[in-house]
Design a protein around this ligand. Structure first.
Ligand SMILES: *[C@@H]1O[C@H](CO)[C@@H](O)[C@H](O)[C@H]1NC(C)=O
Ligand SMILES: *[C@@H]1O[C@H](CO)[C@@H](O)[C@H](O)[C@H]1NC(C)=O
Ligand SMILES: *[C@@H]1O[C@H](CO)[C@@H](O)[C@H](O)[C@H]1NC(C)=O
Ligand SMILES: *[C@@H]1O[C@H](CO)[C@@H](O)[C@H](O)[C@H]1NC(C)=O
Ligand SMILES: *[C@@H]1O[C@H](CO)[C@@H](O)[C@H](O)[C@H]1NC(C)=O
Ligand SMILES: *[C@@H]1O[C@H](CO)[C@@H](O)[C@H](O)[C@H]1NC(C)=O
Ligand SMILES: *[C@@H]1O[C@H](CO)[C@@H](O)[C@H](O)[C@H]1NC(C)=O
Ligand SMILES: *[C@@H]1O[C@H](CO)[C@@H](O)[C@H](O)[C@H]1NC(C)=O
Ligand SMILES: *[C@@H]1O[C@H](CO)[C@@H](O)[C@H](O)[C@H]1NC(C)=O
Ligand SMILES: *[C@@H]1O[C@H](CO)[C@@H](O)[C@H](O)[C@H]1NC(C)=O
Length: 543
């Protein structure tokens, strides 16, 4: 999330008794296992795994440590007859302190204050007992916003992995060429290319993430800096400054629509834990839903900062699944298909991707693009084998929304809040925007008779198809190392395993731009308070 436009979601008094709708599409076996695990609070975890094999780090939404996505129902792998021509990376920063949002870091600080104040006012009473005994010596150690050392390591590791997996192919590193060397940065005719240029916002954790990623990519053997190898364009992340890598602050309307559903579901999903844990606190402590949400949230943040947390073992598997869903509602309704400006917030990057693919500078803006950064080849170079833009989690969600990818879409009213537990869905932040998340737009140049059904685990050598006359370029979107289905991008109809003919994709960008409705979505007074269905400022009629 960006910081310049805090979503003002207060976790207020919650109606825990509100009527709960039946789960749309929930199978009875899913609900049965859900209630079974909810009542078996005894089988606690060791570290972050439960005896059942359940791994709570996969339920921390955008606060999950990086892991490759298990897959979006498409096979992984490479088409080995094709040449990997180009890769565009949209990357997220990695582990950070909590943000200074009301429902994030500020809420944690308030909970810490509540515990400290109770202890101070009751010097002769223990605050916690049983599983909450640790609260008597708990110290709140977190700050706000900055990249953590674990985050720096995640970024460097991501850059190094990208070098290994893609950089070697794009720059044709051969046997025993372990790391980048500027002698590899040449055109096919052997002439040196300009130094590669990458982009980042100016926000400190984003800028530091970009540098760490690049340090990993360039693999400087002295482990000092690789500054000499690249240029970095730093686009200010400031109020009223167009920035495709942080667009929420210039797109002022339509990005706070998750609030009501998030609030309702937080109330419902924290009730059991509240009743269970209140027994281990003094009666007048006043443990409530806001506190339970803080305690859930403390686990991933302390894990990122301190390597472990006493809060993690307090909750059941179902409570972790529901915690992820609270975060999912927030992003779906503020930056995804549930947000009236969901498409608008992401369309700027899509337009830039198209411009790079068409070797075209951008001379005017109808979106979050600041064209003074895109109208010259110094800041917006063309023909690079790879691009890397360092950004935020919400931008990745909005870009997937602007692309209209149905895979992640839930329904006409967004992700529902009035449900007993997290419903089955495809939108899982832990698979989409964990810390260090990465969206690759791969460009493949393929022979005419290519088949995308026989993908191989590894591409050992990048074929050179420059002498072939009958080639076609394809684009494939790969999120956290898993290909994304292109259904919903109607120009890509008929694509096999996510490979869409590049020309077709490019022909659809004007339509995607229309559908994003940037001016209306970001600046219109359309008065929609809840979630919408299609990432546009259009209310779906209730049936
Ligand atoms: C929980 O208690 C705190 C004060 O201790 C209060 O600020 C907050 O609004 C309460 N939340 C709910 C949901 O009642
Ligand atoms: C090599 O290729 C590049 C890019 O196509 C071109 O700009 C350059 O002039 C070529 N150099 C020679 C020596 O042909
Ligand atoms: C970085 O390390 C390399 C390899 O040890 C060394 O050659 C180079 O001078 C160092 N650069 C700086 C800026 O310290
Ligand atoms: C665009 O960028 C220029 C710097 O190149 C800056 O002066 C200007 O304020 C920016 N405008 C917007 C609307 O972002
Ligand atoms: C900034 O965005 C607005 C809204 O789309 C656009 O009208 C304006 O031209 C952009 N400014 C620049 C400098 O690109
Ligand atoms: C495509 O055609 C080439 C040359 O005719 C042939 O070697 C190759 O096996 C064909 N590939 C497929 C997938 O049919
Ligand atoms: C290109 O493909 C078309 C259709 O398959 C074929 O008719 C044509 O001969 C091919 N051209 C070359 C140069 O291979
Ligand atoms: C793509 O498929 C959808 C759904 O099957 C259909 O509605 C749409 O007209 C098709 N679009 C194109 C460009 O073929
Ligand atoms: C939308 O934005 C405009 C201009 O930025 C503002 O005047 C209006 O009040 C906003 N409407 C809503 C519903 O936020
Ligand atoms: C916004 O919608 C609500 C409910 O539909 C209505 O009560 C309110 O008057 C509307 N406000 C504006 C400014 O249109």
């Amino acid at each position: 999330m960006t910081v310049t436009n805090p979503c003002t979601i207060a976790i207020l008094a919650l109606a825990g008794s509100s009527a709960v709708h039946a789960l749309p599409g929930a199978s009875s076996s899913a609900s049965a296992s859900a209630s079974a695990s909810a009542s078996s609070a005894a089988a606690g975890p060791t570290g972050t795994s439960y005896p059942s094999g359940f791994d709570m780090t996969k339920s921390w939404g955008n606060l999950s440590p990086y892991a490759d996505s298990p897959g979006f129902d498409l096979p992984k792998g490479f088409p080995v007859e094709c040449e990997l021509s180009q890769v565009h990376v949209l990357h997220r920063h990695a582990q950070r302190y909590p943000t200074a949002y009301d429902d994030d870091g500020l809420n944690l600080a308030r909970f810490a204050e509540k515990v400290a104040t109770y202890a101070k006012e009751h010097p002769d009473t223990k605050v916690g007992s049983g599983p909450l005994e640790f609260l008597n010596h708990w110290e709140y150690l977190l700050g706000y916003e900055t990249l953590l050392p674990t985050g720096a390591a995640t970024e460097a590791s991501s850059g190094a992995l990208f070098w290994s997996q893609y950089g070697r192919l794009l720059y044709r590193a051969g046997r025993n060429e372990a790391a980048w060397d500027s002698s590899l940065n040449v055109y096919p005719n052997g002439t040196a290319r300009p130094k590669p240029t990458f982009r980042t916002t100016s926000y400190p954790r984003i800028l530091e993430s970009a540098r760490w990623w690049l340090s990993g990519f360039f693999g400087n053997t002295g482990a000092n800096s690789s500054y000499a190898e690249y240029n970095l364009v730093i686009i200010p992340e400031e109020e009223n400054f167009n920035n495709t890598l942080s667009s929420t602050s210039v797109c002022t309307n339509g990005s706070e629509n998750a609030a009501i559903d998030e609030l309702i579901f937080t109330g419902i999903s924290t009730k059991a834990a509240n009743e269970r844990l209140a027994k281990f606190l003094p009666d007048d402590f006043g443990l409530n839903a806001t506190d339970i949400f803080a305690m859930l949230n403390l686990c991933p943040y302390e894990y990122a900062t301190l390597g472990r947390s006493s809060f993690c073992a307090l909750f059941t598997e179902q409570e972790w699944r529901d915690f992820e869903y609270i975060l999912d509602i927030n992003f779906y309704g503020n930056y995804g298909f549930g947000a009236p400006s969901g498409r608008a917030q992401g369309i700027g990057y899509v337009q830039e991707l198209a411009a790079r693919l068409q070797s075209r500078l951008i001379k005017s803006s109808d979106s979050s693009i600041n064209y003074t950064y895109d109208d010259n080849t110094k800041d917006f170079p063309l023909h690079q084998p790879m691009y890397m833009d360092m950004s935020h989690d919400d931008i990745i969600v909005s870009v997937l929304t602007a692309l209209g990818l149905d895979y992640f879409k839930y329904g006409p009213h967004g992700l529902p809040g009035k449900v007993p537990h997290a419903p089955p869905r495809k939108f899982h932040l832990n698979e989409m925007t964990p810390f260090g998340a990465r969206l690759f737009s791969e460009i493949w140049t393929c022979p005419r008779n290519v088949s995308f059904t026989n993908l191989q685990e590894q591409l050992y050598k990048n074929p050179d198809l420059s002498a072939e006359s009958n080639t076609t370029d394809y684009i494939r979107f790969v999120l956290n190392n898993a290909p994304v289905p292109v259904e919903g991008l109607t120009a890509c109809n008929g694509s096999v395993n996510g490979f869409c003919p590049l020309e077709k994709f490019l022909s659809s960008v004007p339509k995607l731009t229309d559908e994003a409705m940037y001016q209306e979505a970001c600046f219109g007074n359309y008065n929609i308070t809840g979630q919408v269905g299609n990432g546009q400022p259009i209310q779906t009629k209730s049936t």
